[in-house]
Structures are given as structure tokens and as C-alpha cells.
Design a protein. Structure first.
Length: 112
């Protein structure tokens, strides 16, 4: 099966995952920072990644938390919402098919 809309996003989780419960079961939202370097300039994108069903179980299995480096595979979409100032906004979101922790959060403590 070929997917027309497939994305792989690598980055660090910027805050602990938010977990929600709906009529369809539990789901979670991760906020991932992904860096791109162009010459001397480095850009950071902040992308929401949503995990449902079996992918949500990956969150629990891998014990994902702030600072972990992950790779998220999924489908890219644009979500529309109205902010607190009643302004309509659009932002990218990844609906994850798989999320894998590739590095643990680095401790700021040094051992001697």
C-alpha cells in the first residue's frame, strides 16, 4: 500500500505529553521541536504530534517525556482553530502511525 501523505519528523519533545480521553478512547499530544540548519542560520519548527489507539500505547511503552529525542512517522495535516482573541488560526499537525524514542533526555548533571 502506498501513502500519498507520509512524513518522518525527528526532534525533541519540548514538554511532557498531554493525555486526553474521549468517547473513542485515550489519545495524546506531543509537541516536538525540530531544527533545520541553513548555512549559519538555524530554524526551529514546533510541531504537534497526535497519538491514537495502538500508537498511544507506544507513548506508555517508551515512557516518552520532555527532552527525549524521537522520530515520529505519520500523516501531515493542517488543523484550524480559533484562538483566545477570536482569531482563526491554522497549524500543521502530524497524526502518528509510529513514534520511537531514539535518545533519552540528557541530564544536566555531570558525573566526575
Amino acid at each position: 500500500m502506498s501513502l500519498n501523505n507520509e512524513i518522518r519528523l525527528i526532534g525533541n519533545i519540548v514538554k511532557d505529553p498531554d493525555v486526553y480521553e474521549s468517547d473513542h478512547g485515550k489519545f495524546a499530544r506531543l509537541r516536538i521541536a525540530s531544527n533545520t540548519k541553513r548555512g549559519e542560520t538555524e530554524d526551529t519548527l514546533f510541531i504537534d504530534v497526535k497519538l491514537f489507539g495502538n500508537v498511544f500505547k507506544d507513548l506508555e511503552y517508551h515512557n516518552l517525556s520532555k527532552g527525549d529525542k524521537v522520530v515520529a512517522y505519520g500523516r501531515l495535516a493542517i488543523e484550524e482553530y480559533t484562538d483566545k482573541n477570536d482569531i482563526k488560526r491554522r497549524e500543521p499537525v502530524v497524526y502518528a502511525n509510529n513514534v520511537i524514542k531514539i535518545a533519552k533526555k540528557q541530564s544536566s548533571e555531570k558525573s566526575f
